[in-house]
Design a protein around this ligand. Structure first.
Ligand code: NAD
Length: 441
């Protein structure tokens, strides 16, 4: 068969739903995508290295807040979604979507080992005519270097024998309005036929597809989006540090600025950026830029401001205790919320973990409550179990520290029993009484 025949065959299989889809990595990105694919009528094979996850999902047990357990159960029991740890299933797949993690190593450099590992398995079970798309966020050039090149080495030419594209996931966990299906999908193909084939697939499961001229453009698009957020959050955090010194209420300033009907998008101060995307992706870009002799100053500065904010939060707690005649050494601190943002249970890169670590190093006694996180491990290795949020626990704390503003916490009740609260999110803005106990960062 020539490559146009492969493309036509795959297109027909996509349209009549006989194409099999393998999703590699069933995390925050992969599992919702696998479900969307199955709901659209494809036979989906979810493959994950984590045996426990495989076991759990195979039984229809959900672990993500954005997914309905009922829907997952039905999809798994109907056989539309098969979950496995066996990579040999890749051989059966017509379409392979890679959704594996892309973290940073301890030197803040990209760790692309998960992508490399996934590609090693793909190469092992490769077949002519497969479409392979990468959804994991990474620096511009990743698709070419880590997917196209190894497949070429294995004898498959992109656009001739296989179709390769980058299609970044732009999900915002916890967002009720925008989810996998209704977030437009940016797609960049290695060749025009790769792009066409990838758009044909995504067009069946995502409402809107935005084709771009290359994987590098798509890779850069995703990093631009997250760098924009990281830099703006850090900007407002830096302004918050200034306002704190100058005795100006930053929250009032932002509320006023937000009334301008054009030219401003509001970002809010907080304990620092976190999560697997915003605090990681920009550093993929700044690392890559160095190859071009380019120094991306905004990104580096955003990282520095983030460290300053963490120190600022710890200082605020120490100052607040001091004003109450207590010191941080030996103080009982009750942390409320450890997820990196409200109403989700993801603690990856959460500033709460670093702040708790610093408090611990200062000999404070830490307890925490988070409705979505039963256990945490601090960077230094200490493991904590969540406590029940009771009147007695709140009263016992020398200081309550609100790091994540989960909606389900009753803040009026919290304030009524606390002796001192440091609020890093302005979560207590609507509290009516007890304002004198509240210190905002
Ligand atoms: N979480 C988000 O909000 C979000 C949003 C947009 C993009 N992204 C990007 O998507 C990618 C995945 O992120 P995530 O949050 O879903 O990660 P995750 O850690 O929740 O899930 C990744 C899964 O991949 C599995 N895995 C690792 N190596 C594997 C391999 N070789 N084969 C099969 N499975 C493997 C892991 O066991 C894990 O279950 C990252 O690049 C991330 O930056 C994440």
């Amino acid at each position: 068969m020539n490559f146009m025949d492969y493309a036509d065959l795959l297109k027909t299989k996509i349209k009549d739903r006989s194409a099999k889809v393998a999703v590699m990595g069933l995390g925050y990105v992969g599992l919702p995508l696998a479900l969307e694919g199955a709901k659209a009528g494809f036979q989906v094979i979810g493959i994950d290295r984590d045996g426990e996850k495989v076991e759990r999902i195979s039984q229809g047990k959900n672990y993500l807040l954005d997914i309905s357990e009922e829907e997952l159960k039905q999809t798994v029991s109907s056989g539309h979604l098969i979950v496995t740890g066996e990579f040999c299933y890749l051989k059966e797949a017509d379409i392979i979507v890679i959704c594996v993690p892309t973290p940073l190593n301890i030197r803040k450099e990209p760790d692309v080992s998960y992508i490399k590992d996934a590609v090693t398995e793909i190469v092992k079970y490769r077949r002519r005519g497969q479409l392979i798309t990468l959804e994991s966020t990474s620096y511009p050039g990743t698709t070419e270097e880590l997917i196209a090149a190894p497949l070429m080495e294995a004898g498959l030419t992109p656009g001739q024998d296989v179709f390769i594209a980058f299609a970044p996931e732009r999900l915002d966990p916890g967002n009720k309005k925008f989810y996998t299906r209704n977030i437009p999908k940016v797609v960049g193909g290695e060749t025009p036929v790769c792009l066409k084939t990838a758009c044909c697939f995504y067009g069946e499961i995502i409402n809107e597809v935005k084709p771009v001229s290359s994987p590098r453009v798509a890779e850069m698009t995703k990093i631009l989006e997250n760098t924009y957020r990281a830099v703006n959050i850090s900007l407002v955090n830096e302004l918050m540090l200034f306002c704190d010194q100058a005795g100006i209420d930053i929250w009032e300033v932002i509320e006023a600025a937000a009334t301008k009907p054009f030219g401003i998008q509001t970002f809010y101060p907080g304990p620092g950026i976190g999560g697997h995307c915003i605090s990681v992706d920009p550093f993929y870009l700044s690392w890559k830029a160095k190859e071009y002799g380019f120094h991306l100053g905004f990104i580096e500065w955003a990282g520095r401001v983030n460290n300053l904010i963490i120190r600022h939060v710890v200082d605020k707690v120490a100052d607040a205790l001091n004003k109450h005649g207590k010191c941080l050494n030996g103080a009982k601190i009750l942390v409320i919320g450890v997820a990196y943002k409200k109403d989700i249970g993801d603690t990856r890169e959460s500033p709460a973990l670093v702040i708790a670590e610093r408090l611990l190093q200062a000999n404070a006694l830490i307890k925490y409550f988070d409705p979505y996180v039963p256990e945490i491990k601090l960077p230094g290795g200490d493991v904590f179990q969540r406590i029940s949020l009771t009147e007695a626990e709140i009263k016992e704390a020398d200081c309550v520290l609100v790091i994540t503003d989960h909606s389900s916490v009753d803040y009026d009740w919290l304030v009524s029993h606390a002796s001192l609260i440091v609020d890093t999110r302005n979560a207590l803005r609507k509290v009516v009484s007890g304002k004198e106990k509240i210190i905002r960062i």
